[in-house]
Design a protein around this ligand. Sequence first.
Ligand code: SIN
Ligand code: FE2
Length: 216
Amino acid sequence: MDDLFGDMTATLPKRQELAAGAILLRGCALPHEGVVLAALQDIAASAPFRRMNTPGGFQMSVAMTNCGDAGWVTDRSGYRYDANDPVSGKPWPAMPDVFRELAMSAAREGGYPDFVPDACLINRYEPGARMSLHQDKDERNFTNPIVSVSLGLPATFQFGGARRNDPVEKIVLHHGDVVVWGGPSRLYYHGILTLKDGEHAQTGRARFNLTFRKAL
Ligand code: SIN
Ligand code: FE2
């Protein structure tokens, strides 16, 4: 059947600017979905998803793990990057080549040709999970962009501005979509609205998000 009547996402523009320095690349990860999801399973087998606690003592609704030289963690003492998984005491799994290459090629398409990630935070959202508006600011410097890959169930991404109260744009992110933000929008507030229930052919009742950073 014709695209028009098939996948509704096929009619969305491939490339959309969200703010200065922030670009949405629709379907950018689709050519790699199989290898990426297989690599994600291997990572979760050695560093299982866990729901971390915020410094304020709340348990996050999103479950997380990491790969790469540094992993983002939170507990009662604060947010930070750590070379080791605090659950096992061992280094986080290495970043798979396919992850690094996907992040670098998306960054290049987004206008950041020099980006080489050393950290990948992996978020798992089950129905009901959400991530409130925040800035990514635990990295050593902000000269590099953030590259964010969405897999599985769709979710509504909020992208605001430099201040928490700035108006937010709401964009539905689908399986394979990638958002890159850096430069003037590197510290812009963003978040994910409560995940609706659903079933995805590749991931079941879940959404995964890979957030690539240069942390160190
Ligand atoms: C994040 O900001 O760490 C996650 C964003 C997302 O899940 O798309
Ligand atoms: Fe973030």
